[in-house]
Design a protein. Structure first.
Length: 307
């Protein structure tokens, strides 16, 4: 378990664990580092000061879940700022009569967009992608693997909901292991491809696959999009590629549904199984995690980086 994802340094996590075990006094010969860490834990809501000034830990189920929720809200706020950038793109596009015609080009036909993207990718050295892909994306696997085998540097950000599908998780994992480094974000994302930091493609209609695209070569817009990608990349978490955690693709899907859907009926429908079958999968997953209830299962899975 690693708590860096909720903002704790290794030493602060060490102090927090020791605080839970009531052994803070033996952490260091000097109290200064410990006191600083304790102040930080209090600020984060993972500990509180009692009347006599001593520091006591907040229950992990309460403190960590609150902190996880806060981090997710921050990520969602970042995504709202990302979506707001689309309006700037549209504004710049409306002003493209002041730019050379080829700087921002609107392409309506999806097949033409696909052809333009791959014609550039075939000679590219770097590709940055924000890709909420669906099952149709798997058709391009041979092309991806071919370019990755030739040494192109490829980084892709995918929304966690995409990986709820066992098929798409295996697809992302195969690309990741082949060299396309994947990171995962909990927020919603808009599709974006940037090639060699020179050309960018954005959909003309956000959230609508096959809507056509803007092909952008205007350097100011492209570099702003590169900066946006890097900020998203920093906030995203690594794709879990471990093979020894005992989780099957079905387990991953159930974990995602537990954390994203309130009602079992809706989760079962999303999974494509009956309600009783879904609840049986949940019970099996709780046993595998060693969790006594769904809330504890969600906390354990988050701590282990499984969701």
């Amino acid at each position: 378990m690693n708590l860096s994802g909720v903002g704790l340094s290794p030493f602060e996590e060490y102090v927090y664990r020791a605080l839970l075990n009531r052994s803070v006094a033996v952490l260091s010969d000097s109290r200064a580092p410990v006191d600083t860490a304790l102040d930080r834990l209090v600020d984060l809501g993972l500990a509180y000061r009692e009347g006599d000034g001593t520091v006591a830990p907040t229950e992990p189920e309460l403190g960590l879940s609150r902190l996880i929720k806060q981090r997710m809200e921050e990520a969602n706020a970042e995504m709202r700022r990302v979506v707001g950038a689309w309006e700037a793109v549209r504004t710049l596009t409306r002003q493209r009569d002041t730019e050379p015609a080829e700087m921002v080009e609107r392409i309506e036909e999806p097949e033409v967009v696909n052809s333009r993207v791959w014609s550039l990718v075939n000679d590219a050295r770097e590709v940055l992608a924000v890709q909420p892909f669906d099952k149709r994306a798997t058709e391009h696997l041979p092309k991806y693997l071919g370019r990755l085998g030739e040494g192109v540097e490829w980084r892709t950000i995918v929304p966690r909901r995409t990986l709820a599908s066992p098929e798409l998780f295996e697809y992302a994992l195969k690309l990741h292991l082949a060299g396309d480094r994947h990171r995962v974000t909990d927020g919603s994302v808009q599709r974006m491809i940037i090639i060699d930091r020179v050309t960018a493609f954005l959909p003309t209609v956000p959230d609508m696959r096959g809507s056509g695209a803007l092909m952008i070569k205007q350097s100011g817009i492209v570099m702003a999009l590169v900066e946006l990608f890097e900020r998203l990349w920093e906030r995203a978490s690594e794709l879990d590629v471990s093979v020894d955690n005992g989780l099957s693709p079905q387990d991953r899907q159930v974990l995602f549904l537990l954390s994203s859907m309130e009602k079992d009926v809706a989760a079962a429908r999303e999974m494509g199984v009956g309600l009783r079958t879904y609840r049986r999968h949940v019970a099996q997953l709780l046993r595998k995690l060693g969790a006594s209830n769904r809330f504890q299962a969600a906390i354990l899975a988050k701590e282990r980086g499984w969701v």
